[in-house]
Design a protein around this ligand. Structure first.
Ligand SMILES: Nc1ncnc2c1ncn2[C@@H]1O[C@H](COP(=O)(O)OP(=O)(O)OP(=O)(O)O)[C@@H](O)[C@H]1O
Ligand SMILES: [Mg+2]
Length: 355
């Protein structure tokens, strides 16, 4: 298995939260342009609104902002909104792109006053670059090292005030000194179905797709709380509606389309369901070891652990225990199966060969 630059497993799944090539091509057109257009994330939006308003009123530069949250929840979108709201240009780079402190120095020294520097996947920056960033964030100054060896000298360089917007899918991996230098941290949450419905209606409008409210609700429910997935499912359902119907997305069309694409009512795809199915039917709900489970579904250990399990755990369908993987009662209900009588979801061996 391979991993992308955000550390998420690369798959061709319709319900993957990371961006594929098509997503990247259409996302620019679908991105909300200002805070008013940005749907959901009430808390982050309100707090950010205050930060930006206050900065504008002072006629100054906004504090550095850290955005953390799972892939596809709107971190990049929000960083562009911050620049737009401040009427400032934005420079976009990422942690993995900055290998040497010199790379960062080059970017920092070319910033203009008030510019927004968006540093995606900031937790993947190299250590020396990180240390340079501390000073730049705090004192708007960097030391540029000229020459090598004993003759090397540090030339201090003043920077214009700028706003750093850092994004990370792994806030826990950020060293505390870096985290502390942000004036504001926004934690992005998964979206409620009603919010995703609004995202879908908005995108449908931009893509010139006809959709009924029930149709949007059907897609929203299967989108795993993630706008990127909602937008992707919308495009696939649109294809189906065009080919199999008159183009209008109704509840019925959306449901039929997503059944064809094997995305179920809760947003589980074939792999997710295969894991649950094996856990329930072959191992009576567990506990069963990860390796055994992986063999049973004919996948690699890593695929089950990194690709399928996180969402199953988040949905409360599967639990990881010291004795192995265990299905919850919700898992039995979701697959329409009856749990064995004495299943205590904690490790009874009963029902190992049933139901
Ligand atoms: N609040 C929102 N309202 C409307 N659309 C949204 C919202 N958040 C995200 N989107 C849509 O979802 C897509 C993905 O968002 P974005 O690229 O900002 O996610 P991200 O958090 O940066 O993901 P990654 O971690 O993969 O970089 C965007 O194209 C945008 O259209
Ligand atoms: Mg992004």
């Amino acid at each position: 298995m391979t991993w992308d630059e955000t550390g998420e497993a690369v798959t061709d799944r319709l319900v993957a939260a990371s961006a594929d090539g098509e997503d990247r091509a259409v996302e620019a057109a679908l991105r909300p342009k200002d805070l008013g257009e940005f749907i959901g994330q009430e808390r982050v939006r309100e707090q950010l609104d205050l930060v930006l308003r206050a900065a504008r009123a002072r006629g100054g530069t906004a504090d550095h902002v850290l955005l953390s949250g799972a892939p596809g929840l709107g971190k990049t979108t929000l960083s562009m909104i911050i620049a737009a709201e401040m009427g400032a240009p934005i420079r976009i780079t990422s942690g993995p792109a900055i290998q040497h402190a010199g790379d960062l120095a080059a970017i920092l020294s070319s910033l203009t006053e008030g510019e927004v520097l968006f540093l995606d996947e900031i937790h993947r920056m190299s250590r020396p670059a990180e240390e340079m960033l501390y000073m730049a964030m705090e004192d708007f100054r960097v030391d540029v090292i000229v020459g090598k060896g004993p003759g090397a000298t540090a030339i201090p360089l003043e920077l214009p005030p700028f706003t750093l917007v850092g994004a990370t899918t792994r806030a826990g991996l950020l060293p505390p000194p870096l985290r502390d230098r942000f004036g504001f941290t926004g934690h992005m949450e998964f979206y409620a179905p009603a919010e995703l419905e609004r995202v879908i209606h908005r995108s449908a409008g931009l893509l010139d797709v006809d959709i009924e409210p029930d149709g949007a609700a059907e897609i929203a429910g299967r989108s795993r709380g993630t706008p990127r997935i909602a937008n992707r499912l919308l495009r696939r359902v649109r294809d189906y509606a065009q080919v199999k119907a008159d183009g209008l997305i109704t509840k019925e069309i959306a449901a039929r389309a997503l059944d064809v694409y094997e995305v179920d009512l809760r947003g589980l795809d074939r792999l997710d369901r295969a894991v649950l199915d094996a856990l329930l039917r072959l191992f009576g709900g567990g506990p069963v070891g990860l390796s055994t489970l992986a063999v049973a579904v004919g996948e690699e250990r890593e695929t089950v652990e990194e690709v399928a399990e996180p969402f199953l755990v988040r949905e409360g369908l599967l639990a990881r225990t010291p004795r192995g993987r265990v299905a919850t009662l919700a898992a039995w209900a979701h697959l329409g199966l009856v749990p064995p009588r004495h299943n205590d979801a904690g490790g009874s061996q009963q029902g190992l060969f049933g139901p």
